[in-house]
Design a protein around this ligand. Structure first.
Ligand code: GLV
Length: 319
């Protein structure tokens, strides 16, 4: 029997699965586990099932000890894990790709619609108790049909977002390390372009790339200035891909028309400049937040941890 530490609350089904074979120590507090407590608990663990709010770095791996075999992140993004530090120690790191693709693309589409059709503004207006009535020019937004979606990072979630946008009558361009499957590209009518061209031609720019040194502030003042002044920026990937201060200023100055953000540079803080603007929709990192998806993510993380503990290849190793 091995010792599995789960760093935060996850659906019971995943804990039960782990408990059939191993001793499980799961943090059950309403708040995130504190760093000191986490370092103390991981000592002697054979597996750590981690949430994206916990930093898994050399300090933590050393605190766990040399018996640690696997870090199973309950997220597709793994910028919270120092993967080279795991590899150096022979620890397998895993994530949860695939199972959250559709839910996250749904949120991207939701943000696209909310931003372009000014749903947040409308909601705030009604709740404020102000007088309003239907008017020909009241809260006019922008249509999607015939507009261009620029997808930055055309992995599973980017592709799922593009599929949805296509169903809304949009044209698709994308920037990605790899060309997508030609059959899918054909189906979507999707054209691969460089970031500069994508920014210049897109009416909606939606970010779906992983976060790392190469994508830190990928969208900054210069890139925002290169977008159309009628365009919208959507981020459901990771906050620090966007320079939030530059975005607040671009939105305030009307350099772009609006934005929809599910992720933030310093979560849970949000740049104060964004909070005062009407033309940005802000939601608190809800991309994968459905009961079904979170259960599937936790189950996949459990399967990853169990496989490594059995000496097998996990379903979703990183790298
Ligand atoms: C959520 O943000 C994830 O990476 O799964």
């Amino acid at each position: 029997m091995s010792r599995v530490v789960v760093t935060g609350r996850v659906p019971d089904a995943a804990l039960e699965k782990l408990r059939t074979k191993h001793e499980v120590d799961a943090w059950a507090g309403p708040e995130s586990i504190g760093r000191e407590e986490l370092l103390r608990r991981v000592a002697g663990a054979d597996a750590v099932v981690s949430l994206l709010t916990e930093r898994i770095d050399s300090e933590l791996l050393d605190a766990a000890g040399p018996q640690l075999k696997v870090v199973a992140n309950v997220a597709v993004g793994y910028d919270n894990i120092d993967v080279p530090a795991c590899t150096e120690r022979g620890i397998v790191a895993t994530n949860t790709p695939g199972v959250l693709t559709e839910a996250t693309a749904d949120i991207a589409l939701g943000l696209i619609l909310s931003a372009t059709r000014r749903l947040g503004e409308g909601e705030r207006l009604i709740r404020s108790g102000q007088d309003w009535k239907w008017g020909m020019f009241f809260l006019l937004g922008s249509s999607l049909q015939g507009k261009t979606l620029g997808v930055v990072g055309m992995g599973g979630i980017g592709q799922a977002t593009a599929r949805r946008a296509k169903a809304f009558g949009m044209e698709i361009v994308y920037q990605s390390r790899r060309e997508i499957d030609p059959v899918l590209a054909d189906e979507l009518g999707a054209r691969r372009v460089e970031l500069d061209e994508l920014l210049a031609v897109s009416d909606i720019v939606s970010l779906h790339c992983p976060y790392g040194p190469a994508t830190h502030h990928l969208i900054g003042a210069e890139q925002l200035a290169a977008m159309k002044d009628t365009a919208y920026l959507i981020n459901t990937a990771r906050g620090p891909i966007v320079d939030e201060a530059a975005l607040a200023s671009a939105l305030r100055e009307g350099q772009i028309a609006g934005a929809g953000l599910d992720v933030f540079e310093n979560e849970p803080s949000v740049h104060p400049g964004l909070l005062e603007l009407e033309n940005v929709v802000l939601v608190p990192h809800l991309g994968s937040a459905t009961v079904e998806t979170r259960t599937a993510m936790a189950m996949l993380a459990a399967d990853n941890a169990l496989a490594v503990l059995e000496g097998e290849r996990p379903p979703a190793p990183i790298g």
